[in-house]
Design a protein around this ligand. Sequence first.
Ligand code: NAP
Ligand code: MG
Length: 495
Amino acid sequence: MRTHDFWTEKATNLSIRNQAFINGKFVNSLSGKTFDSINPATAQIFADVAECDAADVDVAVKAARDAFEDGRWSNMHPAQRGKRLMRLANLITSHREELALLESLDMGKPISDAMNIDIPGCARAIHWYGEAADKLMDEIAPTDPGALALVTREALGVIGIVVPWNFPLLMACWKIGPALAAGNSIVLKPAEQSPLSVLRLAELASEAGIPDGVFNVLPGFGETAGQALGLHMDVDMIAFTGSTQVGKFFMQYSGQSNLKRVSLECGGKSPHIITKNCLDLDQAANAAASAIFFNQGEVCTAGSRLLVDREIKQEFMEKLALASASHKVGDPLHPETSMGALVEEQHMDRVLSYIDKANEEGATLTLGGCRSKDRAGYFIDPTIFDDVTSDMTIAREEIFGPVLSVLTFKDEADAIKIANDTIYGLAAAVWSQDISQAHRMSRALRAGTVWVNCWDPTGDMTIPFGGFKQSGFGRDKSMHALEKYTDLKTTWIKI
Ligand code: NAP
Ligand code: MG
């Protein structure tokens, strides 16, 4: 394992790509403006980055369109596209330390998580879609024998990708992989808080043989660059991950412009249900703690509402307290650290305001509840509120920080009612050894993913990921995501 000294030293010598990447080259924004990138663990500025706006969006979309139209990528043999994507996956792996460090410095996550979860997940996603590039078969419809009807899938064209800061490179790769495998060109806007890793990725994509103009990255702000992409008349689809509020903007942009396709991976308030039929309460308690404290709670699928059967409540809370004690904030560059800094000061203040609100509304604080002392950066200690009820703000709104709400239920029907009492529907989990109960409950839960006797087990690429209700629609991962970046064409031939 690399030491803290190793990472600190590597951080000082890190060379940073801070310009936009358009048509195969790093360039300044047309306005010449830049913005600061802050390391949230130290609250220090460590890079200034090109600030792109509508004018840069125009240039990048044109480059992407030209690339799409002349077929340099879209008409390449699918197996050849696949090969280059797999080469990119290998480059991600061979640059794992550099990419992990960029991720950690930019948004505060523990270097060990970036090394062991984010970056391997990125390589896996890109590789998986590289392998899949020539596996999507078309159809011949069972028509009258006097005709041959071909049902084919075609790339959409130019895909705008807009992603958040919690897993900057991973959320991007879940979209880049299938969008490129299908033959599209992309223009990607990373979150303003975390643009650096994906800029480096664009350069690696070039090295892997992905032609100029196919993969463009525009750092900048949502209200300018993001909106311009959403409203652009020559963008065929927006693939978005972020908040429900901004997801709704993208639906509006589409309606106001060219009816571009929109796919949305939005927020969540996922219920984690511990029934009295749970066989191993220790294991469930460990999972419940990780489900909210992993990645500082900045996870769309965070198990932020813990629902516990009142008969086992006391025993479970003792186990949860023990399990939570192993989650401590620390220097993200220390390899033993499991919780880092929140992404920025404004977000930390927002999380702290939810903690104040919970206290005001009568929830009982049993752990944490404050900014971590003795640290310059934006750290919040793992926090648990007991006696939460469904009407409280912390049970309803997505906090996106290390704050767990514990609610109690009296029977299965009550658990389902509380679990589904939310505008979101991203994920849910049930712990029960009773197989019929587990099936009954997983059917009744309105969520895109239901885990049984586990929480978010692996980064498996074979399963679709996405939400019900206001958690959005469209799926990342699996072959369904590959289909999402294509449209169906019917060709009817009279014989
Ligand atoms: P966010 O505020 O919605 O931002 C997401 C992206 O949209 C950023 O690139 C942002 O740019 C851009 N944006 C903001 N305002 C915009 C506007 N008016 N027009 C166009 N683009 C705009 O979300 P976040 O705070 O970065 O991330 C946290 C959210 O992401 C949470 O709600 C979380 O649940 C969700 N999330 C969902 C998933 C999933 O798969 N379902 C995964 C991870 C995160 P700026 O950075 O410049 O504001
Ligand atoms: Mg930053």
